[in-house]
Write a protein that binds this ligand. Structure first.
Ligand code: KDG
Ligand code: MG
Length: 413
């Protein structure tokens, strides 16, 4: 069969999402997620203006060939905009292939390697007491793994901490932009002090182990804010608290920095949510400097792209920890779950539940019970898009925040 239509749907049911919809000559429809937080329209243009004209009349069954044509064939390779656009096309083609085969995608990818997908959720709070309430809530729901983040005394708003109540100063998913002197949206500027953070964080983990015991898996995201020696110190000081992982300790593009961190600590390390291809992981994986790869299906070239990363990782005993925040759409989440079911080197899946508003536009068949997710057995990815509802929530300009030190210097985050 051939592709007859490629539509790009931009919608904002609670936050922005970019979705590609591919239609075949015999009327099958596939969806793919192209959402790049704060840069949504760049990917939409890449899809509409550059990829869609190349896809029409092409044989939709040739997924690897189309992937290579869009990646290798275009000369300009890699980067989040390119790879999110390729990812969306790739996901939509896998969705169509599995619908044509009348199978849930995980069956087509090799079948189930496990009964379900263990998930970790985000617990956060302004202080330890608020964090504790959030962790208790997730424990009650049956989750066995939580990412824990808190505020730092003396610092203001820090990205990664959700407001417990409406109007609280924390700003997380979807990040609300500030307004500049022209009345236009712009990134909120947060403040950072690594010393204050490093002096405070071990106490939080001490409290967590005291209150929740040893079996709960604890994860923590340093969000690229540390230097290698600071990350080494943190990893070492957190060893007694047996973390599942310490994520994005330093800016990920400096792969060699992980040699220093690794030589100082046995705390497991995860990184890669801003990576797009297997090349971004070459040193990290081949030198066994990390334990988990964090790319999302949406930002790493789709199912075809992330399978290349995970196959490379498997050889070195590195596991998956696929990125699954709410800025990955339900389509991108479903793609992750189908892969998680099949791969051998599955580690854990990040799960930030989407809002009711989002889920009224994206109708999903995946389920969650007792801390496990399952993609469901609907043919394809198992996600439908209500286009009328989507059209009723138009794109809203959005920015992720930025980060500065006390003296005004822009800092990593
Ligand atoms: O768009 C950026 C978010 O997806 C990211 O900052 C969330 O760090 C994150 C995580 O681990 O989910
Ligand atoms: Mg992260």
């Amino acid at each position: 069969m051939t592709i007859t239509r490629v539509d790009v749907i931009i919608t904002c049911p609670g936050r922005n999402f970019v979705t590609v919809k591919i239609t075949t000559k015999d009327g099958l429809v596939g969806y793919g997620d192209a959402t790049l937080n704060g840069r949504e329209l760049a990917v939409a243009s890449y899809l509409r203006d550059h990829l869609a004209p190349l896809l029409r009349e092409r044989d939709e069954s040739r997924i690897e060939d189309i992937w290579q044509y869009l990646y290798r064939g275009s000369y300009w390779r890699r980067g989040p905009v390119t790879m999110a656009a390729i990812a969306a096309v790739d996901m939509a083609l896998w969705d169509i292939k599995a619908k044509r085969a009348q199978m849930p995608l995980y069956e087509l990818l090799g079948g189930a390697s496990r009964k379900g997908v263990r998930a970790y959720v985000h617990a956060s709070g302004w202080d330890y007491e608020a964090l504790k309430v959030a962790v208790e809530g997730y424990r009650t729901q049956g989750f066995t793994a939580v990412r824990v983040q808190t505020g730092v005394p003396g610092l203001g708003q820090i990205y990664g901490i959700a407001p417990a109540k409406a109007g609280e100063k924390y700003n997380y998913e979807p990040a609300k932009p500030a307004v500049n002197s022209l009345g236009e949206p712009c990134p909120v500027e947060e403040e950072w002090d690594s010393r204050a953070y490093l002096n405070f964080v071990p106490e939080i983990f001490d409290n967590l182990r005291r209150d929740f015991g040893s079996s709960l898996a604890l994860l923590h995201d340093a969000h690229h804010r540390l230097t290698p020696i600071e990350a080494a110190r943190l990893g070492k000081e957190l060893e007694p608290y047996d973390l599942f992982w310490l994520e994005d300790a330093t800016p990920g593009e400096d792969q060699e920095a992980f040699r220093l961190i690794r030589s100082h600590t046995t705390t497991p390390l995860a990184t890669g949510e801003v990576f797009n291809t297997v090349f971004d992981y070459r040193t990290l994986i081949s030198e066994r400097l990390i334990d988990y790869v964090r790319s999302s299906v949406t930002h790493a070239g789709g199912i075809t792209g992330i399978k290349k990363i995970l196959s490379f990782a498997e050889i070195y005993g590195v596991k998956s920890g696929i990125h699954g925040p709410t800025d990955v759409s339900p389509v991108g989440m479903a793609a992750a779950l189908h892969l998680d079911m099949t791969i051998h080197n599955f580690g854990i899946q990040e799960f930030m539940p989407h809002s009711e508003e989002t889920l009224s536009v994206f109708r999903t068949s995946y389920t969650v019970a007792d801390g496990y997710l399952h993609p469901g057995d609907t043919p394809g990815l198992g996600v439908d898009l209500d286009e009328e509802l989507a059209a009723a929530s138009p794109y809203t300009p959005a920015y992720l925040p930025t980060n500065r030190l006390e003296d005004g210097t822009v800092h990593d985050w």
